[in-house]
Ligand binder design. Structure first.
Ligand code: ADP
Ligand code: MG
Length: 503
């Protein structure tokens, strides 16, 4: 008997399932089960990887989480004021924002999106950055700015490609992804490329921070709530950044006098980008099923992002699809018939899992028979002929989605629990809440995401500690979050932080 809780109607209280389907489902439930002891083991292992990463595992050793220092050494309280720019490259569009921090946890934002042409994505890198600087110029003349003319505007740059960051405003491009392939860019400092382009156009803007979107999420949540321990993303992928003691970031090789100087200036912390999606690539504790192996094998990055592949939006639907196909091939579901959508790689979007489970949520806006609602989803989105979908099939499909999704939520809780335990020594004894600012479609739309995470947190940490964890939806890390990073960089510089400079 699987021990993970169920959030749907109990299977036994529904119409009886045919014995063979019932048996096959029980087998699936057992494979996806994540009992409390396993969650605790996974959390322990994650803590171990956190600390390996902080100490600096060899760079060619991919078995540890990267634990990348962000060089951000202060987190907003909500009282910060001023006008800052944010630039976001790496999504569908280039986005330029002006964020006015009002000092009461509120802000005003103006923004404009600019299209990056296919030619710019593969041309000379200076052409790309000239276009970016031109977009900033256009934004400032046409849409901005409420800032004063004589002072340089500080800008936070969210650059969502692999970079080796070397200071808060310096980072070397390691490789391009997402269809970008600009020439003469690899190995260059992307902040310098941007600053040179801005300077060529005599634009009165200084790029003061290079921002990872997870760190931006943390900063945005901290500004809104007065404090934040960790920013996390559960969207297409998953990742988290949290506030660590600089003493424990041993791989940064701070000299004793430098540590002392930082502490004197109140800069005793640093935000660390964990890249926790890469947890357990070694496969020591995660509960791999044959379905996970199948998803991994035909993914674009086999044997990478092991944890992410059990948790995030890009993969949950794909795991579910594989389980449904297994039941079809076992002749216990949909009378043994599949469909084109169900056969297609990534043919079941994770958003469909929300649609399959939502009808079972008490007080959901959907009224009427949950099985009828599920049948609608199966016929309209997966192309199943109504005659192939019995009530038992609807019940089973929703249950499969729940089983895969619940495992994802419970594993997600392990990262939160590991962060709580990692930071215990500094937060211990404090009565204040531990704020986790989370962003992404799963957090926002997947039914009972928070409840499932929370239930698992109670199992891992115990009710008292779990109670301190506050999960807050934090949006727009690459807009307001990046602006807050620019604000923090400027403030750190005026405090004499050594990490602001490149050397
Ligand atoms: P990104 O991570 O790219 O910023 P999102 O946070 O919107 O974007 O996450 C996109 C992922 O979330 C996709 O993989 C998609 O399948 C999934 N998704 C979108 N809508 C939903 C939903 N309603 N329920 C569950 N997952 C969803
Ligand atoms: Mg996002």
């Amino acid at each position: 008997m699987a021990s993970s809780p169920s959030y749907l109607l109990p299977r036994t209280s529904q119409d009886e399932l045919p014995a063979a389907l019932d048996q096959a489902l029980t087998d699936v439930e057992n494979q996806f089960d994540t009992p409390t002891d396993l969650l605790k083991q996974i959390t322990d292992r994650m803590l171990w990887e956190f600390n390996k990463g902080l100490a600096g595992a060899p760079t060619d050793d991919e078995s540890f989480m990267p634990m990348i220092p962000s060089y951000l050494q202060q987190v907003p309280h909500g009282t910060e004021k001023g006008t800052y720019l944010a630039l976001d490259l790496g999504g569908t569009n280039l986005r330029v924002c002006e964020v006015e921090l009002l000092g009461d946890s509120k802000w005003r934002m103006k923004q404009q999106k600019y299209k990056v042409s296919e030619a710019l994505k593969v041309g000379e890198v200076t052409a790309l950055f000239d276009y970016i600087a031109g977009s900033v110029d256009h934004f400032l003349t046409e849409i901005g700015t409420s800032a004063s003319e004589d002072e340089k505007l500080h800008l936070g740059f969210t650059f969502s490609f692999p970079v080796q960051q070397t200071a808060i405003a310096a980072g070397t491009l390691m490789s391009w992804t997402k269809g970008f392939e600009c020439k003469n860019a690899i190995g260059k400092d992307v902040v310098q490329l941007l600053q040179d382009a801005l300077d060529r156009k005599h634009i009165h803007v200084r790029c003061s921070a290079l921002v990872n979107d997870t760190c931006g999420t943390l900063m945005a949540a901290a500004y809104e709530r007065g404090d934040c321990l960790c920013g996390g993303i559960f969207g297409t992928g998953t990742n988290g950044a949290y506030v660590e003691d600089i003493d424990r970031l041993t791989k940064m090789g701070f000299q004793a006098d430098e540590l002392e100087a930082n502490k004197r200036h109140g800069l005793d912390k640093m935000v660390v980008n964990t890249e926790w999606g890469a947890f357990d690539n070694e496969r020591t504790v995660l509960p791999f099923t044959v379905f996970d192996s199948r998803v991994d094998r035909i993914s674009i990055n086999p044997r990478k992002q092991a944890y992410e592949k059990m948790i995030s939006g890009m993969y949950l639907g794909e795991v579910t699809r594989n389980v449904l196909l297994h039941l079809v091939d076992s002749q216990v579901l949909f009378k043994g018939y599949s469909t084109r959508a169900l056969n297609a790689h990534y043919g079941l979007d994770t958003a469909l899992m929300s649609a399959l489970e939502a009808p079972f949520v008490p007080n959901s806006t959907e009224s009427g028979d949950p099985l009828a609602a599920v049948r609608d989803v199966l016929t309209s989105s997966l192309g199943l002929a109504p005659a192939l979908v019995a009530d038992a099939d609807c019940s089973a499909a929703a249950r499969v989605s729940e089983v895969v999704g619940t495992r994802g939520c419970r594993l997600a809780a392990c990262a939160i629990a590991a962060t709580v335990r990692q930071t215990e020594q500094t937060t211990q004894g404090q009565e204040k809440e531990l704020v986790f600012g989370l962003d992404g479609s799963l957090v926002e739309f997947y039914p009972r995401f928070e409840q499932r995470v929370r239930d698992a947190l109670v199992e891992i940490l115990g009710a008292d500690q779990a109670k301190k964890v506050k999960i807050a939806l934090a949006k727009d890390g690459s807009g307001v979050g990046a602006a807050l990073c620019a604000q923090a960089a400027a403030a750190m510089e005026s405090k004499g932080a050594t990490t602001v400079r490149k050397d």
